[in-house]
Write a protein that binds this ligand. Structure first.
Ligand code: HAM
Length: 452
C-alpha cells in the first residue's frame, strides 16, 4: 500500500498552501500596523523549556509532547544509557515559550526599552487524539508583546485579532469572545486553595482525573469535559470574586478598552486555558456554529512571570495564537470556499511542433515580464491545449501557427471576453514584457483591451 501522511497531519496542497501564504501576508500586514515584527524560532527546543514554561502538570506537557531524539541518543537510551539535559528535545507544542526564550537569550527588551512586539507563524505539534479541527501538526499565527504590563497592550492585542478574523472573512456574528482574569501571584494562591477546598467537599462526584487535579492543578478541573465534573464545577468559587485590587483594576481597564473599540465579549469566570503560564487577562475566541467541539479559533492572555520562569529578568508579557486550520473550517462554516490559486495569466499554444521553440521563447519573455506564463509540455493537440489553458485559469491564449508566424503575426484569444484578435508578435512581446513594470496581470487586461 502507498504510504500515507502520519495520523493527525494534513498536507497543504497547492491551492491551500497558496492560501496559507496569503493568510500569513494578511497577518503580517494587519499586525504590522500595531508594530508587530516577525520572529522565527526553532520548531524544537529543549524539553526543559516547555516543562518550565508551560507547566509540567498541563496536558500539553505531560501527555501531548513529541520528543525529538537524534539517532545517536536513541541508541544510547536503548543501550540503557542517559542523555544530557540539553539533548532532551521536544517539538514545540506552542510558540510562546520559544519566543520568550529568544527574547531572554537575545535581550530583546533591555531595561527601559520599548516593548518587543513579535509575530510568528508556523507548525506546532501536539500528540492529541485527532478529530475534526484537532491535528497533531497544525499551524498557528501568534503574537507576543514583552516588556509592558499596561492593560492597553492586552486590549489592542485582542482588538487586532478580531480585526484579522473580519479581514479574512469570518463574520464577527459567528464568533464569541470570552474573557476572564486569572489573577496573579498575590491573589491566585488563595483562590486555588478555595477551589481545592471546594473540590475536596465533592470528591465522590469527580472523575479520577479531577481527583488528581485537585492535588496538582485544581483550576484545570474547570476544563473537564465529564458532565458530572462540569456540574460540580458550576458551583465552584469564581476567580472574579477573589481578584486583588491591582488585578481587578487591570481587568476592568481591559474590558473598558474592548467596549470602547466596539467589541462584544462575554465574561467567563471559568475560562482557565490549558497552559500554566497565564496571569491576569485570558481570552478565547470561539465559533458558535458548524465547528463541532474544537471551536476555539484563537486564544491567549497575559503571562507576567514566564520570562523569569525561563531564566530571564522580570518581563511582563501578553500574546495569543490562532489556529490556521480552524480558521479555514470557520470560513467553510460561514459558506466561503477557498479561492483557487491563480496558475496562469497567459498560455502560449502551438498549432504544431515547428513553432515550439518560438513558443518557448515567448513564454520565457512573459515570465521575465512578471506574468505567469505557461505552455504545453506534453505534446497535446491544440484543442486540449485550450482545455488546459482554461483549467489553469489563463486570461489569454496566444496561438502560434507556422503560417501566421512567418508573417510575424499571432492570434490572441481573450478567455473571458471569448474573442480573438490577430496581433503583431514583436509588438505584443514588448507590450507583455512591460506588464511587470506596469503591474502584472492587471496590465495584461489593458493589453488585451487594446487588442480588441
Ligand atoms: P492554544 O489555545 O493552546 O494557545 O492554541 C491557540 C490556537 O491554536 C487554538 O485556539 C486553536 O485554534 C489552535 N490549536 C490548538 N491546538 C490545536 C490542534 N491540536 N489542532 C488544530 N488547532 C489547534 C497557545 O498555543 C498559546 N501559545 C497562545 C498564547 C500566545 N498565549 C500567549 N501567547
Amino acid at each position: 500500500m502507498a504510504l500515507q501522511a502520519p495520523e493527525g497531519t494534513k498536507d497543504l496542497l497547492p491551492d491551500e498552501a497558496v492560501y496559507w501564504t496569503r493568510f500569513k501576508a494578511i497577518a503580517t500586514e494587519i499586525f504590522g500596523r500595531y508594530g508587530y515584527l516577525p520572529i522565527e524560532t526553532p520548531v524544537f527546543e529543549q524539553t526543559e523549556l516547555f516543562v518550565r514554561g508551560i507547566g509540567e502538570a498541563t496536558d500539553v506537557v505531560s501527555k501531548e509532547m513529541f520528543t525529538a531524539i537524534s539517532g545517536e541518543n536513541l541508541k544510547k537510551l536503548l543501550d540503557g544509557g542517559t542523555v544530557k539535559a540539553k539533548s532532551r528535545l521536544s517539538l514545540r507544542p506552542e510558540g510562546t515559550a520559544g519566543v520568550v526564550r529568544a527574547v531572554v537569550q537575545h535581550d530583546l527588551v533591555p531595561q527601559g526599552a520599548a516593548p518587543a512586539k513579535l509575530l510568528y507563524a508556523g507548525p506546532m505539534f501536539r500528540a492529541e487524539r485527532p478529530q475534526k479541527g484537532r491535528q497533531r501538526q497544525f499551524n498557528q499565527v501568534g503574537i507576543e508583546c514583552l516588556g509592558a504590563e499596561e492593560p492597553s497592550v492586552d486590549a489592542e492585542g485582542i482588538i487586532m485579532l478580531m480585526r484579522f478574523y473580519a479581514a479574512i472573512g469570518i463574520p464577527v456574528e459567528a464568533t464569541r469572545l470570552l474573557v476572564n482574569s486569572m489573577g496573579c501571584d498575590v491573589c491566585r494562591p488563595a483562590y486555588r486553595d478555595a477551589v481545592k477546598a471546594f473540590m475536596d467537599t465533592h470528591t465522590d462526584e469527580l472523575c479520577d482525573e479531577c481527583k488528581r487535579r485537585a492535588e496538582t492543578n485544581p483550576l484545570r478541573a474547570f476544563d473537564c469535559k465529564n458532565p458530572g465534573c462540569a456540574a460540580v464545577m458550576e458551583g465552584a468559587p469564581k476567580i472574579t470574586d477573589h481578584l486583588c485590587d491591582d488585578c481587578r483594576e487591570h481587568y476592568e481597564a481591559v474590558k473598558t478598552y474592548l467596549t470602547g473599540a466596539g467589541l462584544v465579549f462575554v465574561e467567563d469566570p471559568t475560562l482557565v486555558r490549558g497552559l500554566d503560564y497565564y496571569t491576569r487577562t485570558v481570552f478565547e475566541v470561539q465559533v458558535t456554529e458548524g465547528m463541532g467541539s474544537q471551536n476555539a479559533i484563537g486564544g491567549g492572555g497575559r503571562y507576567d512571570k514566564l520570562a523569569e520562569e525561563v531564566g530571564g529578568r522580570p518581563t511582563p508579557g501578553f500574546g495569543w495564537a490562532l489556529g490556521y486550520e480552524r480558521c479555514v473550517l470557520a470560513l467553510e462554516a460561514a459558506g466561503h470556499t477557498l479561492p483557487a490559486a491563480q496558475r496562469c495569466d497567459v498560455f502560449v499554444a502551438c498549432v504544431d511542433d515547428s513553432v515550439r521553440a518560438e513558443a518557448f521563447s515567448l513564454v520565457q519573455a512573459l515570465r521575465d515580464g512578471g506574468l505567469v506564463g505557461e505552455m504545453d509540455h506534453q505534446r497535446r493537440s491544440l484543442k486540449s491545449q485550450f482545455k488546459l489553458a482554461d483549467k489553469l485559469g489563463a486570461h489569454a491564449v496566444v496561438v502560434l501557427g507556422p503560417d501566421e508566424l512567418a508573417a510575424g503575426q499571432v492570434k490572441v484569444r481573450d478567455m473571458q471576453a471569448h474573442d480573438e484578435q490577430m496581433a503583431d508578435l514583436a509588438a505584443l512581446k514588448t507590450q507583455l514584457a512591460a506588464c511587470a513594470v506596469e503591474g502584472g496581470a492587471a496590465a495584461l487586461k489593458d493589453v488585451l483591451a487594446r487588442l480588441a
